[in-house]
Ligand binder design. Structure first.
Ligand code: PAM
Length: 416
């Protein structure tokens, strides 16, 4: 039997995506009483799907490809052109392996230590500051961590520029107008910087420690035995450092959770590690960051009676899946305990995408994210105290990516 996919009217509904944000897909699924619908976005047909079964579908590499999935405007700002996110097949597996090889437990330990060190250094500065904007400061902390971890030299006087540029690429992903163009400018400047550093390594003028991403990206060989061209090597090295800066968003939402649900802070302080894990998982589930992800149909197929035609863009609802009442009890309640003896699947909890790490497109940096969040939020609760003055802590469900409007201001930072 063939089912008809509910179809949204309109020549193009991109404007509605811009005005409904994270709720664009969930709103329509509710309206159509469906887990699938069809619309038009960015001048093309797009099928939107949501839920665990939908996740399993989108991450089936036999049915979907990433080539040509991310719009050029996202590549020119957020991801870069020619990087791992848009690759398929054996070439993708080989490239993904390059990223996964950097994610060993040893390297996560190094990341942990660097993160603690940078929070310590920041605290010394903050003790003498009247007020601190946690989001931007967190980005700078994570920028330093990212560059040190990756082996990329970063002078103190360029920290602000590099951190702001990496942040601008992330901030651009749901933007039209100036915020988008700032993301592009930031990417161009960052690629120029990173290309220069990789050239220094390749020409022997700079030594990169073997365990670092700088070394890995500089000397990686593709399946034909060739070094990555300079531009691609830079794009991939930026694909390591930029997403580490993006963790500052989750850390800021974590600080918001600590403020709005004070009992979580007490539990973190008394914690032996288990609560910390549940707490960061709930932050990644609850707060809006990635709205959806996408792929293109590789060849015609039928799923649950719905026909998918080759080349069609398919979007998987990340925010909605993480808030689906079919998968989560009281999904709109912040409750870390839901992750206690939680038996998840690779497709029900997908803040950073679903599926497998090694052969799939699941975010390579998910362990780094969890580690940096735990370390940072434990530091905020166990090592320092601070006041949260009155401010507008609301976050928009329309602006993508979202962030509390005040960027989370703290005062009277003191060591415990
Ligand atoms: C990073 O890579 O810097 C981490 C933060 C990125 C958040 C990604 C949010 C996803 C947004 C858009 C994906 C577009 C894919 C659409 C495919 C059609």
């Amino acid at each position: 039997t063939t089912n008809t996919i509910p179809k949204e009217k309109g020549l193009d509904n991109s404007i509605k995506l811009m005005t409904e944000g994270y709720n664009f897909i969930p709103n329509r699924l509710r309206y159509f009483q469906s887990t699938i619908f069809q619309t038009r976005l960015l001048g093309q047909k797009a099928i939107c799907i949501s839920g665990e079964e939908a996740g399993a579908l989108l991450y089936d590499n036999a049915l979907f490809q990433r080539k040509g999935a991310a719009p050029m405007r996202i590549q020119k700002s957020l991801f870069g052109v020619g990087g791992v996110q848009g690759m398929d097949g054996a070439a993708h597996q080989h490239r993904k392996q390059l990223f996964m090889s950097l994610m060993t437990s040893q390297r996560l330990k190094v990341l942990h230590n660097l993160t603690v060190e940078q929070w310590e250094i920041a605290t010394r500065k903050w003790e003498n500051m009247h007020k601190v904007e946690l989001f931007e400061e967190g980005e700078k902390i994570m920028c330093r961590v990212a560059c040190q971890w990756a082996g990329v030299p970063l002078w103190a006087k360029e920290l602000k520029l590099r951190s702001n540029d990496l942040a601008a690429m992330i901030d651009a992903f749901g933007a039209v107008g100036p915020r988008h163009w700032q993301g592009r400018t930031a990417r161009n400047r960052t690629e120029k910087w990173i290309k220069y550093i990789i050239e220094q390594v390749r020409s022997g003028k700079m030594q990169a420690p073997e365990e670092t991403a700088l070394y890995a990206m500089s000397w990686h060989r593709d399946l034909n035995g060739n070094l990555l061209n300079l531009k691609t090597a830079a794009v991939e090295l930026i694909n390591i450092i930029r997403p580490i800066v993006a963790i500052a968003r989750y850390i800021t939402f974590g600080a918001l959770a600590l403020h709005q649900y004070p009992e979580t802070g007490k539990k973190l302080v008394e914690d032996d590690g288990e609560y910390s894990q549940m707490f960061v998982q709930e932050i990644r589930r609850f707060y809006p960051f990635g709205p959806f992800t996408g792929a293109r149909v590789r060849k015609d197929f039928t799923w649950n009676g719905y026909k998918f035609k080759q080349g069609t863009l398919v979007l998987l609802d990340i925010y909605g899946t993480n808030h689906s009442p079919d998968l989560w009890d009281n999904p709109d309640t912040f409750r870390p305990e839901r992750f206690g003896n939680w038996s998840g699947s690779p497709f029900d909890f997908i803040p950073q995408g679903g599926g497998e790490y090694d052969i799939g497109h699941r975010c390579a940096g998910e362990w780094v994210t969890v580690e940096a969040m735990k370390t940072s939020l434990e530091f905020l609760t166990k090592r320092i105290t601070y006041d949260v003055p009155p401010q507008d802590l609301n976050y928009s469900m329309v602006r993508m990516p979202s962030i509390p409007r005040s960027r989370f201001v703290i005062q009277h930072v003191r060591r415990k």
